[in-house]
Design a protein around this ligand. Structure first.
Ligand SMILES: NC(=O)c1ccc[n+]([C@@H]2O[C@H](COP(=O)([O-])OP(=O)(O)OC[C@H]3O[C@@H](n4cnc5c(N)ncnc54)[C@H](OP(=O)(O)O)[C@@H]3O)[C@@H](O)[C@H]2O)c1
Length: 248
């Protein structure tokens, strides 16, 4: 992993930050994107900076990954600062709970735009250079919602299932160029996103849905991520990191 360059979208908090930490510990230079939370970005910069070795860098860019012009700008800035990107983790996402009764067209479009289209915009930017290098690793962070529907709503389930379809297609087209494309479908990661604010009482309900004695941690997703980037013969798969809770 040394001398490689990675982009982690939404890498300032939760699962993305833990993946960025894993990459930095392995000697990779890491670009981190985020949307608006500058204080989380500052804290992430400090955390990642503590592990940097000589000739290893981080680079932070702020903006909406659901906007193709912003993604193109970010890509060029990162290329200039760190060099061509070898590893992409499409992790940035929003999880706004809406039932069929509540959801508006704006809710639907916003979630598809950020979670699914944003991942496509990033793939489109990094693939040409990966092809030239004959090496690339793309990992898309999907969700259990792509498998069993989940509890967030139709917009979220569709965005995450779309990532799985894109992963399979990309694996087929890009495999001959030395690029693997995989997805991870986590569930109930208690130290990330919406679950951070949940009380122990509320989390006990999630515990009943899994087969193992505890719910997930961001580190469980990091283990799956490390397996995927270390495995040149594994492509087009979606790894379920959900304690057995496949159908919720
Ligand atoms: N937590 C779980 O249990 C769980 C389960 C299944 C799947 N997932 C998926 O895993 C991924 C990470 O989830 P998480 O829980 O770690 O999330 P999180 O803690 O809420 O962090 C989200 C990250 O994405 C960034 N982001 C959000 N909207 C963005 C946008 N439009 N453009 C650029 N960056 C944006 C945020 O930046 P700001 O801080 O600036 O907003 C932040 O860095 C998501 O795709 C989520 O759907 C999570």
């Amino acid at each position: 992993m040394e001398n490689l360059v990675a982009v982690v979208t939404g890498g300032t908090r939760g699962i993305g930050l833990r993946i960025a930490e894993s990459l930095v510990r392995r000697g990779t230079s890491v670009a981190v994107t985020y949307c608006s939370n500058d204080s989380a970005a500052e804290e992430a910069r400090r955390k990642l900076g503590a592990h940097l070795k000589k000739d290893q860098k981080t680079h932070f860019v702020k903006g909406d990954s659901g906007n193709p012009d912003v993604v193109a700008e970010h890509y060029h800035e990162i290329h200039k600062a760190l060099g061509p990107v070898n590893i992409l983790i499409n992790n940035a996402g929003i999880m706004t709970a809406r039932s069929f009764d509540e959801i508006t067209v704006e809710d639907w479009n916003e979630t598809i735009r950020i979670n699914l289209s944003g991942a496509f915009y990033w793939c489109r930017q990094v693939v040409p250079a990966m092809k030239k290098m004959k090496y690339g690793r793309i990992v898309n962070i999907s969700s259990i919602a792509a498998r069993g529907g989940g509890v967030v709503g139709p917009h979220y389930a569709a965005s995450k299932a779309g990532m799985v379809g894109m992963t399979r297609y990309a694996a087929k087209e890009l495999g001959p160029h030395g690029i693997t494309v995989n997805a991870i479908a986590p569930a109930f990661i208690e130290d990330a996103g919406i679950f951070l604010d949940w009380s122990e009482k509320k989390k006990a309900i999630l515990k009943e849905k899994v087969f193992v004695p505890r719910i997930g941690k961001a580190n469980d997703v990091v283990r799956a991520f490390e397996y995927l980037i270390d495995s040149p013969f594994v492509t087009g798969v979606t790894l379920d990191v959900n304690g057995g809770a496949f159908m919720i």
